[in-house]
Design a protein around this ligand. Sequence first.
Ligand code: ADP
Ligand code: MG
Length: 243
Amino acid sequence: MKPIDGDYLKNKAEAKPNIKCLIQMKDITKVFHTGGMDFVALNNISIDFYAGEFVSVVGKSGSGKSTLANMITGIDHPTQGSVTIAGIPIHNLKESPMSIWRGKNLGIVFQFYQLLPTLSLLENVMLPMDFCNTYPQSDREPRARDLLDMVGLADFASKIPAAVSGGQQQTAAIARAMANDPPILIADEPTGNLDSKTAEAVFELFSNLVAKGKTVVMVTHDPGLAAKTDRVVHLHDGRLAQN
Ligand code: ADP
Ligand code: MG
C-alpha cells in the first residue's frame, strides 16, 4: 500500500505539475452530542484530494469514514475546520445552495443504493438532471439511456429497482451519480453489500471513470479493492493513521 500523503503525493505532483488540489479538508473536527455526552468522530483532520485521483478511505467500523465522506458531500457539517472544493468553501453553504452545488458537482453512491423504489432505473438516472436543470428536457432521457448503457444496464432501463439484482441497482446508482457529469464521485462502502465478483465489476466502473478524468473518493472495508486505488487513507478513532 502507498503512504498516505507525503512522498507519494509529492512524486505524483512532480510527475504531473498541473495536478490540482480539488478537495481540501483543513483542521476538521466533528463532535456529536448524544445523551449529554460529546463524541469526537473526527479529530483535527487535514487532508487534500487531487484532481484525477482514485482514493480509498479505510478503517474499522466506527473510525469516522462515513463522517468524513459526509463532510465532503455536505450531508453533515464540521464542528470546526473548513472543506474547500474547487475553491468553494462548502462548509459555509446553507442547505439550499448546498443541494444545488452538490447536484452539479458531486456524484454520491451509497452502500444501499438509495434508488427511488417506485421509479424505473431510467427515471432514477434522469432525476438529478431534472432537479438541477443541467440538460435540456429533450436531452435527458437519451443521456440517461447512454449512462445505463455505459454500466451495462441498457436492457433494464424500464425495470424498477426491486426487479433487478443488488449489483445492478448499484451500477444504476453509479449511472445516476454521473447524471450531471460531476467531476467528483464520493462512494460510501459502495461494494459493502455485494458479492466479491460484483464488487470487482463495480470497482471497474469507478476505475473507468477515473481513467476519464473523474476524481473518486471511496470508503471501503475491502483491503483488496483499496490496494488497487491510487492512495489509501487510513482512519483510526477519527484520526488519520499511518499504515
Ligand atoms: P464508520 O463509517 O467508519 O463506521 P462513522 O463515521 O459512521 O464510522 O461513525 C464514527 C463514530 O461517530 C461512531 O462511533 C459513531 O457511533 C459516531 N456517530 C456517527 N454519526 C453519529 C451521529 N449522528 N450521532 C452520534 N454519533 C454518531
Ligand atoms: Mg460508515
